[in-house]
Design a protein around this ligand. Structure first.
Ligand code: PRP
Ligand code: URA
Length: 209
């Protein structure tokens, strides 16, 4: 069963309080999403594997640590996931970035795929899928399946707000994928929105609607 980590860092909790507020405008909303992604990235990469390498300092030869294997890849689920990319890259500047375009059909709540472009060597990388919202789980389950179908094996999922229904579905469909959550909310409403949530993340980031 996948590990589920709910972030308890005070800075993350404080910033989530700001994005939930109706009176937070797009400029501040975007800024907060980016900062939360950066802090979550720091926490979610604690267990990355290191290897010893011998280097020269100006004084002598010594052994230092460096990340093992290929650098990571970040894959936002469009659109709202785009808001998390800068924050992730500020922690891992060498990461490659792929994009998966999915939107939720407002009637059926089922994800509809419209775009997919991944780094050529994704299958050899640890891939962080990012999306601010995990509601029914339809979008994240579909995005991760798409990655698996292309041979990606090491996948983690990071979201800022999650509903218990979505977490349960992710654990059922992708038990091998660890999940990192900023705030775990109460439930979904009849329209598939997270309660208390923050409304429509894509619209709030991009100022649409
Ligand atoms: C939102 C959100 C997730 C999805 C979550 O995207 O960013 O991708 O809904 O819901 P789910 O867990 O029930 O699938 P949306 O479909 O609104 O598209 P957008 O990012 O383009 O606004
Ligand atoms: N997508 C969002 O942007 N918000 C929700 O509450 C649910 C899905």
């Amino acid at each position: 069963m996948s590990n589920v980590t709910v972030m308890d860092h005070p800075l993350i909790q404080h910033k989530i309080g700001i994005i939930r507020r109706t009176d937070t405008g797009s400029k501040d909303f975007r800024q907060m999403i980016s900062e939360i992604a950066m802090l979550m990235c720091y926490e979610a990469t604690r267990d990355l594997k290191l290897q010893d390498v011998e280097i020269e300092t100006p004084i002598c030869t010594t052994t230092v640590k460096e990340l093992q294997g290929k650098k990571l890849a970040v894959v936002p689920i469009l659109r709202a996931g785009l808001g998390m990319v800068d924050g992730m890259l500020s922690m891992i500047p060498a990461a490659k970035v792929g994009h998966i375009g999915l939107y939720r059909d407002p009637e059926t709540l089922e994800p509809v795929e419209y775009y997919c472009k991944l780094p050529a060597d994704s299958a050899e990388r640890e891939v962080f899928v990012v999306d601010p919202m995990l509601a029914t789980g339809g979008s994240s389950v579909a995005a991760i399946q798409l990655l698996k179908d292309k041979g990606v094996q090491n996948i983690r999922f990071m979201c800022i707000i999650a509903a218990p229904e979505g977490v349960k579905r992710m654990q059922k469909e992708h038990p091998d994928v660890d999940i990192y959550i900023g705030g775990l909310d109460e439930r979904l409403n009849d329209h598939g929105y997270i309660v208390p949530g923050l409304g429509d993340a894509g619209d709030r980031i991009f100022g649409t609607k």
